[in-house]
Design a protein around this ligand. Structure first.
Ligand SMILES: [Zn+2]
Length: 382
């Protein structure tokens, strides 16, 4: 018995991982993804921004417990419930909570069962399952009340971004984009799904922060109870349009698609939706959260993403600069120059963390082409 314990202690030390104020132990039976660090940093930052003492938080996909433990150690929220269906994960979470000196409720159960038998309500529910969220959203909504914060991560990005179109229609009841707009399309389809299902439970949603990075999309929302709130949220749903011929990019919050052909060139449009076309973030929460983010443990790519998010405009969709230069038959143009030119000509414009070399702006495709042509011409003159 003693030898077994010593062996266990040694293997734990070998498999320890430190992040933020937490140190957790894991083994090959309990999943810990160090690449999800950015997602956890942002989550801790959001809970620091919106969390208050006395709030109750549930993490029904706890795994090693790292996220919940970090919430307990680094945010004002101390009343934490961790749930995991996997027995080994449950044991690991218990061990890790103890090793980090925090006391939280740890339950070995599956999400649906937990949500349906639990009579508890939570102020913050953080859903981060393996794959998509669609099997769980209904059950989670049962535990929500007015003002609950609901965070969700989707890793079925191939579905949401259009590589598996029929799966997106089946699971999310939405037609995905399958071009340079696919990541924003995906995150908006995810929000649209949550908004529709929340509405069925009498909740309206308000996105606080939305992030898409590599293989995951994560949304932080707040729910408000009441049929008026639910109806108002649903009005943010609609369709995105893209013209492959001239680059026109447009969205409309309508019940049905209201354009089939491009109003600029008459080509058949690519149409995607229904999707959420309201805000992707709340400016106050975004600013507060991102300034809270401890980026000391993040790599250069993650830091760059956070700095892009800080400056990002909340305008649906964007223009991909290389696609437009190709359409115009001219050489490459820097997206930074595009933003500068647009600002100088009275437009709103920013880069976006969602897609490289892309610019969000309130300008039309004609203005964008004028901008890119002008930058290219002045570069040739130099
Ligand atoms: Zn067109």
């Amino acid at each position: 018995m003693y030898l077994k314990t010593v062996k266990r202690e040694k293997s734990l030390k070998k498999n320890s991982y430190k992040e933020g104020k937490a140190t957790v132990y894991f083994d090959k039976e309990v999943f810990l993804n160090p690449h999800a660090r950015l997602s956890r940093e942002l989550s801790v930052a959001v809970v620091k921004a919106v969390g208050k003492k006395g709030m109750r938080l549930a993490d029904p996909t706890a795994a090693t417990g790292i996220r919940g433990i970090r919430y307990a150690l680094e945010t004002p929220v101390k009343d934490i419930t961790l749930v995991d269906i996997n027995r080994q994960a449950y044991l690991a979470a218990r061990r890790n909570a103890k090793a980090n000196g925090i006391s939280c409720k740890i339950i070995n159960d599956d999400i649906q069962h937990f949500c349906n038998v639990s009579k508890e309500h939570f102020d913050i529910i953080d859903l981060d399952p393996f794959g998509g969220v669609t099997p769980y959203v209904h059950d989670i909504l049962r535990m929500c009340r007015d003002g609950t914060y609901f965070f969700a991560t989707a890793t079925d990005t191939a579905v949401l971004c259009g590589s598996k179109k029929s799966a997106c229609i089946r699971l999310y009841d939405a037609v995905p984009m399958h071009n340079h707009l696919c990541h924003e399309g995906g995150i908006r389809i995810l929000l649209g799904y949550i908004a529709r299902h929340a509405a069925a439970y009498g909740f309206g949603i308000e996105p606080l922060l939305s992030v898409t990075y590599r293989t995951y999309m994560r949304v932080f929302t707040k729910l408000y109870h009441g049929s008026e709130k639910a109806t108002a949220a649903i009005k943010n749903l609609g369709y995105a349009y893209y013209c492959q011929n001239c680059g026109l990019t447009r969205t409309s919050m309508t019940e049905f698609p209201d354009m089939l052909e491009c109003p600029a060139c008459g080509s058949r449009l690519i149409i995607s939706g229904k999707m959420w076309l309201g805000r992707l973030f709340d400016e106050n929460v975004r600013d507060k959260s991102l300034s809270n983010t401890n980026d000391s443990g993040l790599d250069g790519e993650n830091r760059r993403l956070i700095s892009l998010m800080k400056e990002e405009l909340d305008i649906p969709m964007y223009y991909h600069v290389p696609t437009i230069t190709k359409m115009l038959g001219i050489g490459s143009v820097s997206p930074h120059e595009v933003v500068k030119w647009l600002h100088a000509h009275g437009f709103k414009a920013s880069l976006t963390h969602i897609h490289d070399s892309s610019v969000k702006s309130d300008c039309t495709i004609e203005d964008m082409k004028r901008c890119i042509t002008s930058i290219s011409k002045s570069a040739m003159r130099r």
